[in-house]
Design a protein around this ligand. Structure first.
Ligand code: FRU
Length: 526
């Protein structure tokens, strides 16, 4: 973006801010707040109330997403001794609906082979590994061993792939005696993040990992012995940073019978709005090799805070559920929280569609509707309307823009003048998300150095729907049921209490909002 455009964008939101100063109202404290505080162990100022966070300390990537016996397991990169990154463990949480999470004991600890970096988990239902039985299948985790000593000594083979298994639903784990299951004979410095899944057509296990600027695919009959098969991506997609956290899965396109494979690749730095982001490729996979004619990157999310996201293995239906880490390596270690650091995105369902080209949509899982309580509905909201609430930072909000999409903006603000602005710029065909004055922003310059852009070509004479989820320190925007997604962290020092809509020629229809209940209250297991 050139500096003149940047200046204009700030000006758009600044003009609104000046208008807002004249209409200060004291925010009403929610009546239930003191009660909730007593009952809720996780009620710190910025603690998201319906997103997963670790009880204390540092978290990054989601790991080992696997469903079994009615339970969704979420493992995650965890450093249980500090709120910055350190020797990695796998933390563990479980859920029966992908919204309400119970913290579990730490699952995997570093050992003499290294820290436990990102990876995946499978259920070995047919006991191909012999590590469990057919009655009691093993949950098998694959992760990267990061040998910090080796790295310090200047070696290049300090990342290898390890395996561990659990026979009690992920509660206790045994490291496989033959580790590492994939060594690093070619001395590849960034060699990590194995995603393993069962490939029914070839009746084999497939493992995809990243090796700096490309992905590598391996196969195995038994999870223990792996054969290298192919590489993908040296000359395709975005290469502004190192490739990380791959995932590979098949999806049916809309309601058609056509199926395609999708490869997710996180990249840091090199995302469209700076720092970390996740690109995807649509193509074909024959059990050994992934191919795609796509040369340009596509992005799963244009916000700055959705990284290292991967999907669930072993789902009952043919569903693809995705969870990302709601942060960005540009500032992740400096965000203004003290007890814990980082949250996950909402759990999202992915679907594949085709217009001029293939594209992914992502929307929050349906179960989230069980946590919402309708607060208000309005048939129409007109330009200049202000709607006041005790807090917008616990709300799901949706509305339609009828007719062809033209310029508009929605601004959430608090009595201190902190605000976040969501706008559409019809000329540039972009949604804009401006958090430059959203609250605490100065903990790292790259947090608020630019207005973020999400490209969106509006169809003529078609309505556009927007759904927004605001939690205490996050905002997730879904346009047209996830055709465009923007996920961002925000740190307002007080909740936003006012919503202002402005547009030269638009109104909003079907405007409604709901309060989203906290997942941390009345939870027996914390
Ligand atoms: C992605 C990542 C992974 C790595 C892990 C280490 O955020 O860098 O590539 O396995 O974090 O914590």
């Amino acid at each position: 973006m050139d500096s003149q455009t940047l200046f204009m964008r700030h000006l758009i939101c600044l003009t609104l801010l000046i208008a807002l100063v004249g209409c200060k109202t004291e925010p009403k404290a929610p009546e239930t707040e003191s009660l909730a505080k007593r009952e809720n162990p996780f009620n710190e100022r910025f603690r998201p109330q319906y997103h997963f966070t670790p009880p204390t300390h540092w978290m990054n990537d989601p790991n080992g997403l696997v469903y079994h016996n009615g339970t969704y397991h979420l493992f995650y990169q965890y450093y249980p001794e500090d709120i910055v990154w350190g020797p990695m463990h796998w933390g563990h949480a479980t859920s029966t609906d992908l919204v309400d999470w119970e913290h579990q004991a730490v699952a995997l600890f570093p050992d003499e082979l290294g820290y436990i970096f990102s990876g995946s988990a499978v259920m070995d239902i047919q006991n191909t590994s012999g590590l469990g039985t057919e009655d009691k299948p093993a949950m098998v985790a694959f992760y990267t061993y990061h040998d910090a000593e080796g790295e310090k000594e200047g070696r290049n083979d300090f990342q290898t792939q390890g395996m561990a298994f659990s026979l009690d639903e992920g509660e206790t784990w045994t490291k496989y005696e033959g580790n590492p299951v994939i060594g690093n004979p070619d001395n590849i410095r960034d060699f990590r993040d194995p995603k393993v899944f069962w490939h029914e057509a070839s009746k084999r296990w497939v493992l995809v990992l990243v090796a700096g600027d490309h992905a590598k695919i391996y196969t195995s009959p038994n999870l223990k012995d792996w054969t290298y098969q192919s590489d993908f991506g040296k000359d395709q997609g975005a290469h502004g940073g190192v490739w990380e956290c791959p995932d590979l899965f098949e999806l049916e396109i809309g309601e058609t019978r056509e199926k395609k494979w999708v490869l997710l690749i996180s990249i840091n730095p090199g995302a469209p709005n700076g720092g970390s982001g996740t690109q995807y490729f649509v193509g074909d996979f024959d059990g050994k090799k992934f191919t795609s004619t796509q040369t340009e990157p596509k992005w799963i999310d244009y916000g700055t805070d959705n990284y290292a996201g991967v999907t669930y293995n072993n789902m009952p239906e043919n569903e693809r559920i995705f969870i990302g880490w709601m942060s960005n390596w540009n500032y992740a270690q400096k965000t203004p929280t003290q007890v814990w650091r980082s949250a996950m995105t909402l759990s999202r369902k992915l679907s594949l569609h085709k217009a001029a080209d293939y594209y992914l949509k992502s929307i929050p899982v349906d179960a989230l509707n069980n946590y919402t309580e309708l607060a208000e509905k309005r048939a129409t909201v007109r330009s200049g309307d202000r709607i006041t609430e005790a807090s917008w930072n616990d709300k799901k909000l949706s509305f339609t823009i009828p007719g062809t999409l033209t310029d508009f903006k929605v601004v959430f603000s608090n009595v201190l003048g902190e605000s976040v602005c969501i706008a559409y710029d019809a000329e540039a065909q972009q949604f804009l998300l401006d958090r430059t004055h959203s609250g605490l922003t100065d903990f790292e310059p790259r947090f608020a150095d630019q207005v973020h852009e999400g490209p969106f070509i509006a169809a003529t004479d078609q309505p556009t729907t927007l759904t927004l989820y605001l939690d205490r320190s996050s905002l997730e925007l879904f346009v047209n049921e996830g055709e465009l997604v923007m996920t961002e962290q925000l740190f307002p020092t007080q909740p936003y209490t006012e919503l202002l809509f402005e547009s030269p020629d638009q109104v909003l229809t079907n405007f409604k909002y709901a309060t989203v209940k906290s997942i941390w209250t009345n939870n027996q297991n914390q």
